[in-house]
Design a protein around this ligand. Sequence first.
Ligand SMILES: Cc1cc2nc3c(=O)[nH]c(=O)nc-3n(C[C@H](O)[C@H](O)[C@H](O)COP(=O)(O)OP(=O)(O)OC[C@H]3O[C@@H](n4cnc5c(N)ncnc54)[C@H](O)[C@@H]3O)c2cc1C
Length: 517
Amino acid sequence: SCTTSSKKAITGKLLGPSFKAGHLLRKGISIIPTQVEETDVVIVGGGVSGLAAARWLKQNSDKEILLLELEQETGGNAAAGKNEQTSYPWGAHYLPLPNNSFTALLDFLHECKVITGYNEAKLPVYNEYYLCFDPEERLYINNYWQEGLVPRWGVPQKDQQQISRFQELMDELKDAKGSDRKYAFDIPLANSSADTQYRDLDKLTMLEWLLQHELTSEYLHWYVDYCCRDDFGSSLENTSAWAGIHYFASRKAEAANSEPHRVLTWPEGNNWLVQCLRETCADSIRTNAMVYNVTEVNGKIAVDFMDLRTQKYKRLLAEKCIMATPQFVNQRLLNNIPAISAQRKYERFNYVPWLVANITLKDVPQGKGFGLCWDNVIYGSKSLGYVYANHQQVALFPERKTITFYYPLADDKPAVARGKAYSSGYDYWQEFVLHELEKAHPTIREQVEALDTWVWGHGMICPVPGFIWGEEKNTSATPYADKLYFAHSDLSGISVFEEAFYQGISAAQHVLNITVA
Ligand SMILES: Cc1cc2nc3c(=O)[nH]c(=O)nc-3n(C[C@H](O)[C@H](O)[C@H](O)COP(=O)(O)OP(=O)(O)OC[C@H]3O[C@@H](n4cnc5c(N)ncnc54)[C@H](O)[C@@H]3O)c2cc1C
């Protein structure tokens, strides 16, 4: 924690990923450790991608592996916290029902009993405790809470018609296939059609695409912009149209006991899934291990790290290594492999900063209209509203409620937004969050007891036009010398659990020389 405050009797802290480590890595460490250990495979980074790679190697080989994670806990962006009443997410909070073609993910969900079995039609049966309970979503619009997030309350007829036309276009694109017979939009996105008819949409912004289709309604624009901010932290103006459409057209789930649009969620968000992944490889994980240099020594990969607990420097020598770290980190770690540092460019890897707050209240004030839901969004606000963490608890009427507020800092260029975010203290963020929430709940301040904030300086990769199917990302994902592999969600270009999981598994398959299906 950085600072604490008791302003207005609301207690709170400002938290975030290890800032000191980032500073050390930017400055550079040139120490060559004398303490050396050997292993078969090293995985750098213990987010979803690194953990998915470790699980796969454990289950499909007898290789000795070691996973090095900078923070005290694994999980990366899918971090979670806890108060006396409930667990809550600091990052990722839900997983949409996956496509049934993504069998590796279904197998994992079966393993951790999120899927309890399959019906006669081979459709997955989902555990009812993890399917988001009703009521799922509401939107505060024209001074009223309406059910669902698509704007309707007080929305003029002509706008509603445009919204319907947009939804019809998305439904068509959901079924569309390219000349290679692959879906135009699929998850993992690497399985999507290579047909230029679709991939060329990556050259446009989502706003340009809407305008090309004469979709001009401000209500529709707000809704699509909200969806881009929710999934990518970016706005209509800087999201690739391919990525924006992917949000609506890539999901084709079918379940035995659920509507396809429902989501899987837990009070602690996707950290629940992280714990399941972690259990499969716990004995191979070393936390508080800050990797600062990865290089090639006598045909092996040398991974140098500092043990943050003992301040000792160590080297691991491995046959193979998976970098499950984002490229803005790899950029600092791979400088001593000339073939990599000379060839790779990172300018187009843009990471949007995010602000997340967890707020404990006596009660969420009731406004006019539909009651408290899991996801509560405010029309016209640049925040994503809030998620109600107690929603998935089975206990009724908790004494205190906890809500998680999300805000992507998408208005400035990422580096500028990051600078501002790092230089703002706790009091600034407390006021910022309360001000946003007051747009729907004018009396909320009186209810708040604790308000903690978390700044993600590099929250999410932003799919700016030309990035997803561009050269730069492709080059960064290419393995080096059959020894060094890359597996972070930024190499998909969109930051979601499914892509991180896919990246981890496909790197692990490459390590084992298995051709990826
Ligand atoms: C606010 C927010 C909300 C989100 N909500 C959702 C959601 O609801 N649903 C969803 O599917 N996705 C969501 N996401 C995205 C999701 O969290 C990510 O896609 C996914 O968890 C990323 O996993 P990863 O392994 O690719 O990367 P990361 O989580 O970035 O993992 C990288 C790991 O590497 C470690 N590391 C970094 N540097 C070093 C070093 N030098 N040495 C050792 N280790 C190092 C980091 O500490 C980290 O643990 C959200 C993201 C954010 C920021």
